[in-house]
Ligand binder design. Structure first.
Ligand SMILES: *[C@@H]1O[C@H](CO)[C@@H](O)[C@H](O)[C@H]1NC(C)=O
Ligand SMILES: *[C@@H]1O[C@H](CO)[C@@H](O)[C@H](O)[C@H]1NC(C)=O
Ligand SMILES: *[C@@H]1O[C@H](CO)[C@@H](O)[C@H](O)[C@H]1NC(C)=O
Length: 408
């Protein structure tokens, strides 16, 4: 028994037997030691509790997300129509779409055109963004408009890309494909001569640095990269795959006069080649455009499908490759058709102002989904990437732009 306890017991004994009054200092000792014991047990209990409960949300991210998104469960949810309803399950709060609920004016029209899921985001399982190579066919007369807008919007967050053209321009990372010209027919050569250039640069890289899929598009296509990558989940890049949508029927215009029927994937919505197919096409690309395809025909998407058919493969049709803008898609196919695919890969014929709007709309949509899902990891990744790219862009713009002189 410790000396303090002995004193305390003695004092209590004395007090109880009423022999003599207890000194004041002993009262203090008695109270202090009980307090120490109580505090000790409280701390111990808390430590046991903390050790038994892994933290769901790391504390240094707390300031990042407001209170609603850090709770694990809630019973009240806000409905899209503005009412509140009680949910029985342990599902999470689903806040309404930021854009559509708050009626952000310049984006509002998209709320009636584009499916706008605001939770349950599932990312791609098989491939990541850097597994893709984006091949964008452009031309000098579009550098300042379409190409620049693509660079500044969705492409700004892409790791690997080529902008194929025939005129160099130091303000845009253009890969010049020689002897292609800048007319409408030049798209054919930029595509067929450009792919061997890209293939050569791929071979120069270590295998683990090479891309697994090659996505060929024009500079007026808005791409939702996250959705596109998900679409590739079922396909093995080591098998030959030619993936696309918005398909049509045509014939192959070949110089020997044959006109074999073909189902082609629309080039505006973009075409995906697996690494394996990309490799298989190499020996025949320049030969096909120089010697087999009718020179006056500019349908490069039909031509590529014809070459692929010759090599022995067909288009694998998948949904969500939209050949038009959202408004024209709804006009043509109706809202129901659009709603069938809540995560489209792209829109085509998108002019620069709309390119910016779509990129903003989908960035907000992604944030809504991650926030409602309490997917803090992806939300943090996206925000950091977005901030990084934003400042890169501000620096580029500072070098590029000279504003008109100020006159009074
Ligand atoms: C959390 O959500 C509720 C209902 O969904 C809302 O009324 C409240 O304002 C939200 N809190 C914050 C901090 O945004
Ligand atoms: C709002 O939506 C909820 C859930 O769908 C529904 O129960 C409720 O009746 C709706 N309220 C109004 C005012 O439409
Ligand atoms: C592709 O090129 C190879 C090698 O030059 C040739 O043997 C083959 O016939 C060509 N295939 C097609 C479909 O043109």
């Amino acid at each position: 028994m410790s000396p303090i306890s002995r004193v305390v017991i003695d004092v209590v004994k004395n007090k109880m037997s009423g022999e003599r009054p207890m000194p004041k200092c002993l009262y203090i000792i008695l109270i202090t030691s009980s307090l120490i014991i109580i505090v000790f047990f409280l701390i111990k209990q808390n430590l046991d509790y903390i050790q038994s409960k892994p933290f769901k949300v790391k504390f240094w991210n707390n300031a990042f997300i407001h209170d609603n998104f850090t709770r694990e469960e809630r019973t009240q949810i806000m409905c899209i129509n503005g009412t509140t309803s009680t949910i029985i399950s342990s599902s999470r709060p689903v806040n309404p779409s930021h854009v559509c609920h708050n009626k952000i004016s310049h984006l509002k029209s998209y709320c009636d055109l584009i499916p706008n899921p605001n939770h349950n985001w599932v990312s791609a399982k098989r491939y990541k963004e850097s597994d893709l190579m984006f091949i964008i066919v452009s031309g000098a007369k579009f550098y300042h408009t379409r190409a620049m807008t693509v660079r500044d919007t969705w492409l700004s967050r892409v790791t690997n890309y080529y902008i194929l053209s025939s005129t160099p321009y130091s303000y845009l990372p253009v890969t010049v494909i020689p002897n292609t010209g800048e007319d409408y027919l030049s798209n054919m050569k930029k595509t067929f001569y450009g792919m061997p250039v890209i293939y050569k640069e791929q071979l120069a890289k270590p295998v683990e640095m090479r891309q697994k899929w090659f996505y060929l598009i024009g500079d007026d296509t808005y791409v939702n990269v996250r959705h596109l990558i998900k679409r590739l989940d079922p396909y093995d890049y080591q098998q030959a795959y030619f993936v696309g949508g918005s398909s049509g029927k045509e014939v192959c215009y070949e110089v020997d006069g044959t006109r074999n029927p073909i189902t082609f994937g629309g080039g505006g919505a973009g075409l995906l080649f697996s690494w394996k197919l990309f490799e298989l096409l190499q020996p025949n690309l320049t030969d096909y455009v120089d010697n087999k395809w009718v020179k006056t025909n500019a349908m490069s998407d039909v031509a590529i499908a014809c070459l692929i058919q010759r090599v022995g493969y067909q288009l694998t049709y998948v949904n969500g490759f939209w050949p038009l803008t959202p408004a024209r898609m709804v006009q043509l196919s109706g809202r129901a058709a659009m709603n069938q695919d809540p995560e489209p890969n792209n829109f085509h014929y998108v002019q620069p102002p709309e390119m910016i709007d779509l990129d903003e709309f989908y960035s907000f949509q992604y944030i809504d989904r991650l926030a409602n899902d309490q997917n803090l990891q992806e939300l943090t990744e996206f925000t950091r990437l977005f901030v990084k790219k934003y400042y890169e862009l501000v620096r580029k713009k500072q070098k590029e732009c000279t504003l008109p002189p100020i006159t009074s």
